[in-house]
Design a protein around this ligand. Structure first.
Ligand code: GDG
Length: 495
């Protein structure tokens, strides 16, 4: 590895680029879709940044390289790491635990050992590329031990952590056999960001209960221990968002508009298109949504000629058994509904189990009269925000689960409790029958809210809090780098 050092480092389980093999067999890198890349790209370029993460293929050993002005530092994960760290501890222990045990979490000590060793690998790689006094931003539940490991190796660094998924209430979190290690791992950061105020509250409570530290929102006092001086850690909400202007721009394009018209035609010109877009994940409540829709058809409140439910269920974590079972259940339900209510010319549910380009997603949002989000627990839910961003015509109705982080902001959506199937059915009917004036009023309020907090605003506020934390800590190392970063953030274009 070269000895180049960087002032700003982002670490996430996946790199912001995907490795693609062209027809002639040569490998190249393509920007992966996703808001995080968009949010951090300007900051990364201006602040001389590096991104540390896994390249998406097992056993791939690659040297760091430059990609579009960003230094990419690939971390190798073996087949064994994937099985124990990624599919095991991340996706079958932490994911269900942090989503209110909707599915049972599995606790295996060998998975935990792998989690520790992969986190250490990330921490070592970050430490190796960080210049003196650099700022490091670590992302998500796969890397919760990194902040502490990094602080031990490099006390000169300023460390931020953002949790993209919920942080559960103490009664649930306390199941985790390694709960103290996780809390201590996170407390290595200067600023810990969560999606919702409630998530930050749950974290602070876990700190009080498990470690007895005093907390006064948003400050957690970490006492002096051994060679480590007392510190203050900030834990608070920074609700993530999307590239609002970019999404609206896409939705306005003539191609996307034409495609939206085509989609409606291809579906047999129903009066109403109801849309669901989710990774095929048990947290998204796809089964609850289908149940409500099926009952509305069974009761004759909806007619298959009038309404189509388009459900995009993008493939996810297909090597994890719970996800395989979920797919079978969902597809059986879809088959049953279509068998019972479909006609030769009209399908009740148009079910799509594949990923689509962003343009197609935008066209679906433009075509959909109602977007149905029934997540049983969701850190934020960006799909809801994308739908709002795409509706520059101030039309369309958002039906939104109150168990999403987005529901804290998007108060003029039709808010639902997805466990209350009758309530979901009534909300769907209300959305379908809503007069144009009410649709416009609600959508305008939603759009105002989403525009106020776009993804640039999100990353700026997090990095500002991090810079502030460093200033307060009174550290001397890296002050110059900090000044530069702040300047960059202030200058970052607003969408
Ligand atoms: C986690 C948290 C939090 C989906 N299918 C396709 C596609 N997508 C895009 C959507 C959206 C994104 O994926 C999904 O984001 P969500 O927020 O809805 O959900 P998670 O994947 O579970 O994300 C979540 C998020 O992190 C950010 O912090 O909000 O709570 O669970 O952007 O549009 N995009 C394309 N084709 C698809 O088929 N191009």
């Amino acid at each position: 590895m070269s000895d180049e050092r960087y002032d700003f480092i982002v670490a996430s389980n996946r790199l912001p680029v995907d490795r693609v093999i062209d027809d002639d067999g040569t490998a190249s890198w393509r920007r992966s879709p996703g808001g995080l890349v968009t949010a951090l790209e300007p900051v990364m370029r201006d602040a001389d940044g590096a991104w540390v993460g896994w390249g998406g293929q097992a056993d791939l050993e690659l040297e760091p390289f430059d990609w579009d002005g960003v230094r990419i530092v690939p971390i190798k994960l073996s087949e064994d790491d994937l099985e124990k760290f990624y599919e095991g501890f991340c996706n079958d222990t932490l994911w269900p635990l942090y989503h209110d045990v909707i599915a049972p979490p599995h606790y295996h000590r060998v998975w935990w050992d792998s989690y520790v060793s992969v986190n250490q690998r990330f921490a070592n790689a970050i430490a190796a590329v960080s210049s003196q006094g650099a700022t490091v931003w670590v992302h998500d539940y796969q890397l919760q031990l990194v902040p502490r490991m990094l602080r031990q190796a490099r006390p000169d660094l300023t460390i931020g952590f953002f949790n993209h998924i919920p942080f559960p209430a103490y009664g649930i979190f306390s199941q985790l056999p390694w709960r103290v290690q996780i809390i201590e791992g996170l407390l290595g950061a200067d600023v810990i960001g969560f999606q919702r105020v409630a998530d930050a509250g749950n974290f602070s409570r876990a700190v009080r209960r498990l470690l007895g530290y005093s907390t006064k929102s948003p400050v957690i006092e970490v006492p002096h221990r051994g060679a480590h001086p007392a510190r203050r850690v900030i834990a608070r909400a920074f609700p993530i968002s999307i590239d609002v202007a970019g999404f609206e721009h896409l939705a306005r394009s003539p191609e996307v508009q034409a495609r939206a018209r085509q989609i409606r035609e291809d579906l047999g010109n129903p009066k109403t298109i109801v849309l669901g877009v989710d990774r095929l994940d048990y947290t998204k409540g796809i089964g609850h949504r289908l149940k409500a829709f099926g009952e509305l058809l069974a009761e004759g409140r909806l007619k298959v000629e009038d309404v189509t439910l388009v459900q995009v269920a993008s493939p996810s974590r297909e090597r994890v058994e719970t996800y395989r079972q979920l797919r079978d259940e969902i597809e059986q339900t879809v088959g049953r509904i279509n068998g019972d209510y479909g006609t030769i010319s009209h399908q009740a549910v148009s079910y799509l189990h594949h990923g689509f380009p962003r343009e197609e997603m935008a066209a679906l949002y433009v075509a959909a009269d109602v977007l149905l989000v029934t997540a049983l627990r969701d850190g934020m839910n960006l799909v809801a925000k994308e739908y709002v961003a795409a509706r520059f015509d101030d039309d369309g109705v958002l039906v939104l689960s109150e168990f999403t982080g987005a529901s804290d902001e998007l108060r003029t959506a039709l808010l639902i409790n997805p466990h209350d199937i009758d309530g979901v059915k009534d909300a769907v009917m209300r959305a379908i029958e809503m007069p144009r004036a009410e649709r416009r009023k609600r959508m305008r309020a939603l759009r105002k809210r989403v525009r106020e907090n776009d993804v640039t605003h999100w990353s700026e506020s997090f990095l500002r809090a991090l810079a502030e934390a460093r200033r307060r800590a009174g550290e001397t190392g890296g002050i110059d780098a900090l000044g530069e970063l702040e300047w960059t953030v202030d200058r970052a274009p607003r969408a």
